[in-house]
Design a protein around this ligand. Structure first.
Ligand code: BG6
Length: 466
């Protein structure tokens, strides 16, 4: 199943050199792909296979020359304008030649690492040219199309793309991917919840008082001004990564812990999210970044309070915080349990329990409990029980998102892909936030965000857990 042609639209872009080519390199190195041809499609006439691999090399740690040589022999560069539908015949010919040369079985993975504006045109051309076909069960090969985020700009544009691509392909061939769904700890959330009977009885508004999801980045926009200034933090990471984290935390038990069963339950949560409050921020110096408008009001930071309008979560606030150029790089989920009645003679009130799922930079799960301080006293102190991925499995468990993504698409596993309705529900939340016209404050790079966050905290009687 992993013998295939991988066609990357946008091979000369940032994502291809930083993530996609290194991921393919590692899959070859780990022998997870044994026979592959890579076709890179890009606009530039001046690029070639050698310049593409040279650009990707710094993002591959200690490249092995034999594998680099394999890549250069099995990669083909096709310069073409994605909008020129006539040129897809030439692309088809190149792919067929490569399949013949490398005796590939006809499996094709099309990776659209281009702007969402091109998704409909490229998909239409793939379908019309026969490069990718709607398949029946009987065909011994597969054709799958991967759409990189952001999938649209708002609900209506996402709906237009969905309608367009569904004319050509079945939902089981379509992968609207979110690399967060492949992160070790993220794919573990549902498993931890549903394979341990100690969590599920407590997983509701009777016992949980709030949830915090924090995606904090120390880096800035890293030369991506043209893209970022049009999207901002809400569209760049909230619409996808953060809402999917909430969906996984809040979903009901799926019939089975796979593919469409999980997607169905994630969709049911996203459908019920409402926006309650929030504020936005922009780091000072942002408007001097390359390709950013001098008067830009695009947010590089946001805090939000969302709620989920269903019986399980009614009344529980879900707090989100994200930002670029903050004091640290960390993605973390804190789940706060309600306080117990204090039966002690003294030393009350005691701490609530927190379950903390740290997604990155390393994967850990910790549970804070209350215990007696050693000695005779009945003084209570918080203690922590921790599972660390690196301590148990020998690696941090967070670095292989794009490799896992390719593997899962090649396997046909759809839980890494966001279903058509899920993505529209998530955009609906962003539309709701847009309508609220949240205020924008400035913050110093390297800080925890705008100082006004304190007002948000006191208004909601909460504190961000550090
Ligand atoms: C990407 C965003 O989807 O996710 C980036 O476009 C962001 O702006 C990145 O930096 C964060 O992903 P990770 O895996 O580094 O946490």
């Amino acid at each position: 199943m992993n013998e295939c042609v991988i066609v990357i639209f946008g091979i000369t872009g940032d994502l291809a050199k930083r993530k996609l080519i290194p991921a393919i390199y590692h899959l070859i190195a780990d022998k997870k792909i044994t026979n592959v041809a890579i076709v890179g499609v890009g606009l530039e006439d001046t690029m070639n296979v050698s310049s593409i691999l040279t650009a990707a090399r710094p993002f591959i740690a200690h490249p092995d020359e034999e594998i680099m040589q394999y890549l250069s022999e099995h990669m083909h560069y096709q310069p073409m304008n994605f909008l020129d539908t006539a040129s897809y015949a030439g692309l088809k010919k190149s792919i067929e030649q490569l399949e013949k040369k490398d005796r590939l079985p006809g499996n094709r993975l099309f990776y659209l690492a281009s702007a969402a504006d091109f998704f409909c045109t490229i998909t239409t051309a793939l379908g019309d040219s026969g490069l990718a076909q709607r398949l029946t069960e009987k065909q011994p090969f597969w054709h799958r199309i991967v759409y990189e985020k952001p999938f649209g700009y708002d609900l209506s544009s996402a709906h237009v793309i969905n309608t367009c691509i569904q004319k050509y392909f079945d939902e089981n061939q379509i992968y609207r991917i979110d690399h967060y769904l492949t992160k070790e700890l993220v794919s573990n959330i549902a498993l931890i919840r549903f394979t341990n009977c100690i969590f599920e009885p407590l997983w509701n508004n009777q016992y949980i008082s709030q949830v915090q999801v924090i995606l904090s980045e120390s880096g800035g926009i890293e030369g991506r001004g043209l893209y970022y200034d049009g999207y901002g933090a809400l569209r760049d990471v909230v619409q996808n990564h953060m809402l999917e984290l909430i969906a996984l935390i809040a979903m009901e038990a799926p019939t089975k812990l796979t593919g469409d069963f999980i997607r169905e339950q994630r969709a049911r949560v996203l459908e019920k999210i409402i926006m309650v409050d929030g504020m936005r921020g922009q780091y000072s110096g942002y408007t001097e970044e390359k390709n950013v408008k001098a008067n830009s009001t695009t947010e590089t930071f946001a805090v939000l309070q969302l709620k989920i309008n269903n019986p399980r979560w009614s009344g529980v606030p879900f707090y989100l915080k994200t930002g670029k150029k903050l004091d640290k790089k960390e993605t973390i989920i804190h789940i706060k349990f309600k306080q117990v009645d204090c039966l002690l003679m003294r030393g009350c009130p005691i701490e609530s329990n927190w379950l903390t799922l740290r997604v990155a930079p390393d994967a850990t799960v910790s549970l804070s409990l209350n215990a007696k301080k050693p000695g005779k006293s009945d003084e209570i102190v918080p203690i922590s029980m921790e599972f660390s991925h690196s301590a148990v499995f020998g690696n941090p468990g967070s670095e292989k998102s794009y490799e896992t993504l390719f593997e899962e698409v090649m396997r046909g596993e759809q839980s890494v892909s966001v279903r058509f309705d899920e993505i529209e529900y998530a955009w609906r939340v962003i539309d709701m936030i847009d309508k609220a016209r949240l205020p924008l404050y400035s913050y110093a790079p390297g800080s925890c965000g705008p100082t006004e966050v304190v007002q948000f905290e006191s208004k909601h009687g909460m504190r961000w857990k550090s």
